[in-house]
Design a protein around this ligand. Sequence first.
Ligand SMILES: [Zn+2]
Length: 1003
Amino acid sequence: MASRLDKMLLAAANLLIPIAILVFATGFFPYKPFMPGLATYEDLSFVEGRFGAGTDIPEPIFDKVVFMVVDALRSDFVFGEGSGFAFVQSLIRSGSALPFTAHATSPTITMPRVKAITTGSIPSFLDVILNFAESDTTSTLAGQDTWLAQLRAKGKEPEKRDDRVGGDGNGNGNGNGNGNGNGNGNGEQRKEGGGGKLVMYGDDTWLKLFPGFFEREDGTSSFFVADFTEVDDNVTRHVPEELLNSDWNGMILHYLGLDHIGHKAGPNSPNMHPKQLEMDSMAQMIYSAIEEEQHLESTLFVLLGDHGMNEGGNHGGSAPGETSPALVFMSPKLQQITNGGFPSPATLTGEFEYYRKVEQSDIAPTLAGLLGFPVPRNNLGVFIPEFLSFWGTVEDKARLLLRNARQILKIVRATFPGQSFPDKVDESVGCDGSLDSGEELACKWQGVVGALKGETETEAVLEKLMDFCRTAQDIMSSTASNYNVFRLVFGSSLAFASLAFTVVVLRSKFLPLTSTGIFYALTLILYTIQIFASSYIEEEHHFWYWTTSAWLFYLFIFDSRKGWFDIPFLHPAVMVMGLHRVARRWNQTGQKYAGADDIAHSELLRNSVVLWSLVGACYLDYAMRLGRAVARSIGPQDPKAEGGERRRLLGLAAVLPLGVTAFLFKLGFTARDAPELVEGVADGLVRWVEHYVSLVGAARMVFVGIGVSVVWVVVAEGRRRRRSSRGAEGAVADRHGLATALFDFLTLFLITQTRTQNIPLYLIFRMQLFFLRLLPLNRTQISLTTLLLTHTSFFSLGNSNAISSIDLSNSYNGVSGYNVLAVGLLVFVSNWAGPIFWSSAGVLLLLDGEKEGGREGEGEGMGQGQRRTEGISEEKKEEGRRTVRRWVEMEREHLAATPPSSSSAESHAFPPFHLDQPNQPSPSSSTPSSFTSANSFFNYITLQTLFTTSSLLAVMMACTVLRTHLFIWTVFSPKFLYAMAWGLAWHFGVVLGLGGGIWLSGR
Ligand SMILES: [Zn+2]
């Protein structure tokens, strides 16, 4: 038994894990307190001389905006050769459009991008998490200052000044309609009558971020990426009508089809060009309306992508393709400032860089200036200087930039409380020597103050203002200034303490050193070292693939040394290794060879018949297993007992509806999500499923079915155990059977949450498990094998350490509304399905060892070997029997050679923790209590905790040490998010929670 001290230490080590993560995360992703409330115009009265003059607001140029977001609209889709945006390109040539490449910072996913575009701030990385927890009210922008809020507030302003619309305090449609009807062409009247109204069509992210903001809205969810047309038609159908309405100031459209095409088949998909043509025709429709409709004559039309896409068609990270969306401003009025247009298609100036590059956050202050409202309060963007030519006087231009600068200065002052930023020329602010960020900004601000005061060249004032704003934008959006280093160090120290406790628990197991122990230690050391190299993080799968291969090879060598297996090819370790090679090839992952050939996307699996045969085989396999589990629960476990056959049939009949529903759900889901994968597969059936099976309903039936079955087998086993303990006849507790049944039901759940092309992997995993069960592994070996296979399977299912590889396709199975907990759980399960399978399988292997250890006599051992082989082909069954028979023979010989000891039966099959030679009793085995059954799970979780804490510590240290590294946001931060998921959801939910449950059920 593990000592009480050890137990407490391990508990403490585990308790420290979430605390360490929390402390570190709050230092690494500091919570940026948003300044609440709407900004008002900055007071410029501190400026003496010509640029001051208080409330003089430069006249706005536009009164309406059409904001057309095309999801994942990469710069080259609009600006490059062969683009489908012929009309937009013609506007660029004619000078009616101003084109830019708008830099989108990582994470390049929609919600943080919309936040950046509307607030002008740089969303923290935590928004990635909030992106998946969208209903979290703290993440809405309802209470924050955005250009949408400003545009809405703008219409209400005149009420204070003008009696005519004074009664229209709530901005109802009637009053606004009147104002518009007669107000066109007159700036003042437009302001009074227009306004305050927004309409929105498209991606419902906007509706979640801005609840209650829109007069009229129609959201579409981006649930089925196979849907290229419906998502966009649902937007387009509203546009012609809205273009005739004069009551709105802002119309937001968000098209998803192009993004879906990217996700499905990449940027070079044959569907890409037609979609560009469609989007271009929408742009043409809107632009023509602006030219023709009088109420739209002062409308600014913005076409942009929220992010781009990489060569695989995905996004989330920071590859140039992902961070370079297009941004085009269009209006006939722009001809006043463009001096005859730009060449189009354009030539590249950098990777995916066309024309000038601006920041995505610059959009908010630019709209503020052009439409005439204060710059949103938390903005870090800078007014795009090309538009300054709209204003004739330098005073107007300077005031626009100055208000932008003052607004940013407020944030700067809050960020550097120790630094003074005087509004008067102050000799004490130095610009010499090496300056830290705060000092540099103070120096630049002095440059502005000096230029405003002095009689310098007027253009020099604008230059100084731009210089200050841009520097502030760079510094404030760069990361170094944002960390709380104390928390980073404190969090890392807690992780170190957790590791230290775990090592203390393991202290007695270090000696004598065994080759398995050395292998484990080496794995741990190499893994933690490689975390400090960004390229190794990107290609982490190689580490696990090769380590697993090496380990399996070691098992083969180690085991064949004993010579009990005479056909090396068919040695179980070799079989596992061969299957491992196939699994590795299943999904290409990592950065370097993303999109390269793999099995999941090969011609073979594109052949629907092959794919669905494999998938069907997988479902059938599980239906049989589950049928047996149910059969066991309704009678004696011995299949040869009376009525055994009947019970098996009954069991199969009981689980068949569940299996069929699960299969039909997968078929129906795939028909919607990836229709190309069901082409040619029983068309009639597919159409029937599409028509009659509700996907939400079917998924719920599967989940409920699994839940009910689990309760059934648990209750049945509980009754059996009670009867058995009373000594009732024929009632033999089948603990191991219960654990296996739970594992099988769990796997059906995992398969439901797995992409169709990956389902055949479960056949491979199954076979690997089968062969592993033939190997006489000790506890340490089981722990290490489990650790390696959990990680290998994570990557072989197509995951990586990049945000863009998170698979969201199964996150809404059975969920109709939005439910953070349900969706969060489903996202986790569908991305960690492989690790969940293997860590549960690892517990089964431990239970195997225990069972063997607890039994005496080879007869039963044989029977068990046979039972394990059920469900696999006859050939393999026979081989398995031979294997086990041989092994049992070896055991028999060995037993005969071992000095008789009360513990020999236990020690031979289940040696103490530090031994890797199952057939040699260790010195400590003379005390049976040192390796009683509870110990093996204790030792297993100790080793798993050791890995979790040390990898967490390594990631934390890497993020702390490399916090100013170029790749901190692109590689290390996502890695930390993954480490959080491994450390919290996986370690606690799966290893301790689920694993503990299966362990208890099997004892
Ligand atoms: Zn997307």
